[in-house]
Design a binder for this molecule. Structure first.
Ligand SMILES: Cc1cc2nc3c(=O)[nH]c(=O)nc-3n(C[C@H](O)[C@H](O)[C@H](O)COP(=O)(O)OP(=O)(O)OC[C@H]3O[C@@H](n4cnc5c(N)ncnc54)[C@H](O)[C@@H]3O)c2cc1C
Length: 228
């Protein structure tokens, strides 16, 4: 069945993210112990000023202390394949070996195809044919791990993904760029929005790379920023 309800939930984050990052930043330049810096950290404006300076100078170890976990569902295998290319993340994904697809399996229709009724109908017909063939294989005793060979990139998946704040900022820089494919762009936007809801100060850092650089370094630019 077509499934359009991509869902992303921040399921785990540390307490005191701002104070933790500030303590990491300040420890590098202070005679005080990190415990003292943490206990005395009150002034949000002062903390943000130092953090912004340290991050923009490329001192990225300071943002590696914050670990975040997300529950993600109703994304395509094409999208999760792009996500798992990021090597500083941890993943636990629904298995196509251990979980058999039942009846009409769930799939994601790319936005451009979904907006064209003729192409959408052809897409859905193909998915229905694949579902029938998959069930034929399973009924003939083929294991799910082999029957899945015919499942398309569009097949819906779910996973738990964890990463630190440095990697989330990197992900935002790369995947919020309009050169990234629509679905992964939406996924990363939802992940960033979940974090910003809890930590509004991070909005300034969870941006496409052109906002960090002040220019576009892509060959094909969307025109949002001047090209390099
Ligand atoms: C718009 C777009 C189009 C793409 N098209 C293609 C494509 O056509 N084909 C394709 O194969 N991939 C493609 N990719 C994937 C891309 O090549 C990267 O594999 C993916 O974006 C992960 O990026 P990364 O290596 O920077 O990030 P991560 O794996 O998240 O790593 C983060 C950073 O850690 C450092 N790092 C990680 N591992 C190493 C290492 N082994 N050695 C040195 N430094 C390391 C790097 O500084 C890296 O930037 C595309 C990505 C984007 C955003």
């Amino acid at each position: 069945m077509p499934n359009t309800q991509m869902s992303v939930k921040l399921i785990s984050k540390p307490q005191n993210i701002l104070k933790t990052v500030y303590t990491a930043c300040r420890t590098c330049y202070s005679e005080l112990l990190p415990q003292e810096i943490f206990e005395n950290a009150q002034d949000e404006e002062k903390m943000l000023k130092l953090i912004t300076r340290v991050i923009s100078s490329g001192h990225y170890s300071t943002i590696e202390h914050v670990q975040l976990s997300f529950a993600i569902s109703n994304v395509s295998r094409a999208c999760t394949h792009q996500l798992v290319r990021h090597r500083h993340m941890s993943f636990s994904q629904k298995s196509q070996r251990y979980v058999k697809e039942k009846g009409d399996f769930d799939y994601i229709i790319p936005q451009e195809i979904a907006s064209n009724s003729v192409l959408k109908e052809k897409f859905e017909k193909h998915m229905s044919d694949v579902a029938n063939l998959y069930q034929d294989f399973v009924s003939a005793g083929i294991k799910a791990e082999d029957a899945r060979a015919i499942l398309p990139n569009a097949t819906s998946s779910s996973l738990v993904a964890s990463l630190n704040l440095r990697e989330l900022i990197h992900l935002a820089n790369l995947r919020l760029c309009t050169r990234a494919q629509f679905e992964i762009r939406m996924l990363i936007k939802k992940m960033c929005d979940e974090v910003i809801k809890e930590e509004p100060w991070l909005k300034a850092h969870l941006v496409p790379k052109c906002e960090r650089l002040g220019y576009c370094d892509e060959d094909k630019s969307c025109g949002r920023m001047p090209q390099r």
